[in-house]
Design a protein around this ligand. Structure first.
Ligand SMILES: C[S@@+](CC[C@H](N)C(=O)[O-])C[C@H]1O[C@@H](n2cnc3c(N)ncnc32)[C@H](O)[C@@H]1O
Length: 271
């Protein structure tokens, strides 16, 4: 594991850029790729129901793409359900589904959430690891500001910043991490190849970090996009973990090429 850098006292307890905040407020407390099979998660927990479709009229000054986004949001059962359940994002249901199926998160675990804002995954992790009650720890990082959350230590920083790995490691209460999960994604450019390369770049950086901090048998989970050149990522995963799979949760929009790669059974650093 890389050397821990010392963090000044003032760096703790704030959510300013590059710094860490311990949450105390906030809403809710709540394969084989080229060679891997894509696995759909089967869970009823992520399904929402909404009978009536809401039509959004185009408005003066609003772009067609914004109208489409608004219409999709208003008709998305997961968006409504997240509101009802006090979860900060519909994305939370993707982690709920994955965890319901694979039972990754256990009470007392140390979990690092990369690309955490607005905080849906962190909420799920904090609930299931019980860091809300002081068991285990959830450390979240995002390039965008994120409101504090109970049981979550938030770092506002670009994960690609040279200092980010050290800041994350400094924030840890224990040396070994059980799960590194990344839902990191930059805003889509619309150019398929560019978006793909960017997301794979983030996933590769997340994997390299995971290999540095995970304890043996640890888990790595990351968002990728379907198709293209992710062979390096898969090769590194296969080399370092006992099992690697692709997952498309039901809560992941069917029209999105988003997928998750999950690697379980980290073999340890000395391989
Ligand atoms: C799909 S959202 C994550 C949603 C989150 N899992 C949830 O449940 O609320 C992707 C996030 O990745 C973040 N992100 C993108 N690039 C990043 C980077 N280089 N460092 C840190 N966060 C990044 C974005 O700011 C965004 O908040």
């Amino acid at each position: 594991m890389p050397q821990k850098k010392k963090t000044s006292a003032s760096q703790k307890g704030q959510s300013t850029k590059g710094q860490q905040s311990k949450g105390s407020t906030g809403k809710g407390s709540t394969g084989k790729g080229a060679a891997l099979k894509t696995q759909s998660t089967k869970s009823s927990s992520g399904k929402g129901k909404r009978a009536l479709a809401v039509k959004v009229k185009s408005a003066k000054g609003r772009k067609i793409s914004s109208t489409r986004w608004l219409q999709r949001q208003l008709n998305d059962p997961y968006v409504q359900r997240a509101k009802d359940d006090g979860l900060r994002s519909r994305a939370a249901y993707k982690l709920i589904e994955i965890d319901d199926q694979f039972k990754l998160i256990q009470q007392g675990m140390t979990i690092i959430d990369l690309g955490a804002a607005p905080g849906g995954w962190s909420q799920v992790a904090a609930q299931r690891a019980n860091s809300i009650k002081g068991k285990g720890q959830v450390v979240a990082i995002d390039i965008s500001a994120m409101e504090p959350l109970p049981g979550v230590d938030v770092i506002h920083l670009d994960f690609m910043d040279d200092d980010a790995p050290n800041q994350l490691i400094t924030a840890l209460k224990k040396d070994a991490v059980d799960i590194v999960m990344s839902d990191m994604a930059e805003p889509a450019t619309g150019h398929k190849q560019t978006d793909h390369l960017r997301i794979i770049g983030l996933a590769e950086a997340a994997l390299e970090f995971a290999i540095e901090v995970l304890k043996p048998e640890g888990v790595f989970l990351a968002k990728v996009l379907q198709g293209g050149t992710e062979q390096d990522l898969l090769n590194l995963m296969k080399k370092n973990f006992k099992k690697t799979r692709h997952i498309k949760p039901e809560a992941s929009r069917a029209d999105s090429s988003e997928l998750y790669v999950m690697a379980t059974g980290f073999k340890g650093r000395e391989i």
